[in-house]
Structure formats: C-alpha cells, structure tokens
Design a protein around this ligand. Structure first.
Ligand code: ADP
Ligand code: ASP
Ligand code: MG
Length: 405
C-alpha cells in the first residue's frame, strides 16, 4: 500500500461528468489498496471568470478581497468530488486550504507555502478516507486566505506530497505528458517519457504552462517523484525526477514560449558593475530577469508585460543606489527559449537560430545564452512561426533527426 497524491487541473474537473470520471479513477486506485490525497483546481475557467467579475467592480481590487473571491473556485470542485465519491460508497472528506493546514506567507496572490500542519489530513487517512484538498490556496499567520499564483494547484499537490512523504505525485491534466513544445502550438511536438527536474524547471520558468514553476522547484528540493499524465486516457505520462540522463544525441530537450513580453532598457554609466545587484533585487521582488549587457552602460531584460510596471516601479525606487539615468520599456514581444541545450550543440545553436529567423524575416530584438538555454525575444505576432520553425530545424519534430549545421 502506498500513499499517492493526485492533482486534477481545471479541464479535468470542468463538468459534472468529468468529476464523475475523476471519482472513478480515484476509486480504482483506492480499491487497489492505496491511500489517496487528491488536490483539485477550480472547474474549467472558473478562476478566470472570478477575476473578470472582480475587475468589473474595480480595476485594482483589494488583494485580500481578490484572494477571498478566487479561492472559492476550488471549494466548489472539492465538495462536488467528495459527493461523487460518497455516492459510490467511497468514504471521502473535502478540506479547504486552511482546514488542510496549508500555512503560507502573507503575499496575497503569490503566496509561498511555509509549512503544513498535517494532523488533520493524517487523521482522515487513518480512518480510511480519501482526502480531497483545495489547491491554489492556504492561510497566513493572521488567518487570512491566500492564493499561490495562477496555476498554483500543482504546487499545493507537490508540497503536500513532500510533507506527507508520499510515494509519488501524479499530475492529471488535459495533455498526455510533457512535450518538446506546447502541443497546442506545435502539432509535431513529441511527448517525453522522462525529463530531469532541471530541464523541467527551465521549461516551466520560461513559459511551459504544464507545470507551475514552484511545483518543480519544490519537487527537486524535496525529492518528490512526479508524473504528468492525462485524465482522459490511460496513456503513460512523463516522469519528472533526478535520475533522468541527458539525451546524448539530441540538440535540446524542448522549446518554451511566453507571450506578452516587454523589454526594459536601463541606461547608466558603468551599469555593468551593478547588474548582479539589480537582477538580484528584482528576483527578490518576484521578477525573474535575465539581463543582457550591451557594452558597459546599457542593459536590457525581458519581463512579462503584466509585471513590467512592478519591475519599473521597483527599479525607480532604487534608482540612486542602482545608479542608472534612464529606463525605457518596449512592448509587443514574445520570448522563445530553447531548453536543455546539449553541450555538443551549444556553440552551433545560436547560429542556427539566427540563420532561421533571418530566412523567415523574424527580427530578433533580444538574445540571451546561458549554459543550457538560449532565449530570443521577437515580435509577438511571429511567435507561432518561430516556434514551429525552430522545433523542426533543431530536429525536435516527431521522427526527425538532428538538423544543426
Ligand atoms: P491544468 O488545468 O490541468 O493545470 P494547464 O492548462 O495549466 O492544465 O496545463 C496544461 C497545458 O499546458 C496544456 O494544455 C498545454 O497547452 C500547455 N503546455 C505548454 N507547454 C507544454 C509542454 N511543453 N508540454 C505539455 N503541455 C504544455
Ligand atoms: N484555479 C487556479 C488557476 O486557474 C489554480 C490552478 O488551476 O492551478 O490558476
Ligand atoms: Mg495548470
């Protein structure tokens, strides 16, 4: 008998019929003798709809109120699953974040899990119940409801698996696993049978929405074995773990993309000396920034457009200590990133990318290469063309061989 944590995303619980199917899957595992903790997202697009309602009342709703509102989505789905299980004679209990003892920091809308008080969950498991937990939410030290950022139910599930010492964490979603690119954008993308924590983390941080980046960070830190698979089929999914060797013959593991990107340009005499401080401060403020230096006095970095105001305001506040004169934002970009670039290909990949983009008349506005990653920013409307072309050119299409010349 093993303890397994399963997480089902919004599409997987998007209707009553689908909730019944989830109940069936849960019961199959339960009947095989396993203990089950099931983490759910809100049904379908519920969270989007709740955010839209809030914005109809106020363009900048109070953060506490917003968390109060959006956390209700998960409360609906967990209650319905509990009813579906109990109707079939399977003992179950649904718990909200605070009932499950998920304690977070106070950062509304982007909280981090600090600690679990597991007694209640463990008690219910000992009584033989399936424990259903609301994903995406927790409670802070003042008793306030917090949420973990969009897509955060993955993190709830992985953190629970770590804290309960579960045998594995299964993430059920609407695709059959992790692919070499978003299969909705690239129909020729291939499913990976396994991927290392590091490559998965890079993909997730650079835009592959299949897993919330913090869930992968937690899995890596706490050694949680993850499986990503479909809730609509029995096809084997993708294993995410530490013991996954690099594929010697491939150029890269996959391509991620992010839409709605802005580029911030920061100008100041000898700014290159303060660049590590600048990016470090931004990271602490929750903004990931890969800065590229252009000579000694100019640097640029892309940020999600919805974060650019936060990033700019944060830098402005520290203008004196960071010692820059001007800052400008440019909008309307997308970022395309190649992840898990193999050592043998890393010197050739930039040339291949540049040649291909030139042939397609896609201007590269920003370029960054680090040990196993290459990212470019390009006009947003050309992202689909660029991702598909690079996927093919770099030999990632199903059945393709290497194409790095
Ligand atoms: P859930 O609601 O189950 O959490 P998400 O929408 O958050 O589902 O994540 C699943 C989606 O992630 C897929 O439908 C797919 O479009 C997208 N995706 C992006 N990149 C990848 C990738 N490399 N592999 C698989 N899916 C990806
Ligand atoms: N329901 C939340 C969202 O839509 C959390 C999640 O689905 O993981 O972002
Ligand atoms: Mg998700």
């Amino acid at each position: 008998m093993a303890l397994i944590v399963q997480k089902y995303g919004g599409t997987s619980v998007g209707s009553i019929d689908r909730i019944r199917k989830v109940a069936k899957r849960v019961m199959d595992k339960r009947n095989a003798g396993h203990q089950l903790v099931v983490v759910l997202s809100a049904m379908g697009k519920t969270t989007d709809e709740l955010v839209k309602l809030a914005k109809e009342i106020s363009p900048h709703p109070d953060e506490r109120d917003l968390d109060m509102l959006v956390s209700t989505g998960e409360q609906v789905s967990i209650a319905l699953l509990s009813m579906a299980l109990q109707r079939e004679g399977c003992r179950a209990v649904a718990l909200t974040g605070w009932q499950a003892g998920i304690l977070t920091d106070c950062c509304h809308g982007d909280a981090r899990i600090r600690h679990f008080e597991n007694n209640r969950i463990c008690g219910h498991l000992q009584e033989g119940k399936v424990v259903i937990v609301a994903g995406f939410q927790g409670v802070d030290e003042h008793g306030e409801i917090t949420t973990l950022g969009r897509g955060g139910s993955d993190t709830s599930a992985v953190a629970l698996a770590a804290s309960l010492g579960a045998e594995r964490c299964e993430i059920y979603t609407d695709v059959t696993g992790v692919f070499t690119a978003d299969p909705r954008l690239v129909p020729t993308a291939q499913k990976l049978s396994a991927i290392s924590y590091q490559d998965m983390l890079d993909l997730a941080q650079l835009g592959a929405g299949v897993l919330h980046p913090r869930s992968v960070e937690t899995a890596r830190k706490r050694h949680v074995r993850l499986v990503v698979r479909s809730s609509f089929s029995d096809e084997e999914g993708t294993y995410v773990g530490a013991d996954v060797p690099a594929q010697a013959e491939s150029v890269a593991r996959g391509i991620a993309h992010q839409e709605q990107i802005s580029i911030l340009w920061v100008k100041g005499r000898e700014i290159h000396r303060r660049t590590p401080m600048l990016t470090g401060n931004l990271r602490e403020a929750g903004v990931m920034a890969n800065a590229v230096l252009h000579g000694t006095d100019l640097l640029s970095f892309p940020v999600a457009t919805e974060q650019h105001k936060k990033a700019a305001a944060f830098l402005q506040e520290q203008q004196e200590s960071l010692g820059f004169d001007e800052m400008e934002a440019e909008h309307g970009f997308a970022m395309v990133s190649l992840v898990g670039v193999s050592r043998h290909a890393s010197s050739k990949v930039p040339k291949t990318i540049k040649r291909k983009m030139k042939a397609l008349q896609v201007p590269i506005r920003w370029f960054h290469q680090s040990e196993r990653k290459v990212s470019i920013a390009l006009p947003a409307e050309q992202v689909k063309t660029a991702v598909r072309a690079l996927h093919r050119e770099l030999g990632l299409d199903a059945g393709e061989k290497l194409a790095v010349k």
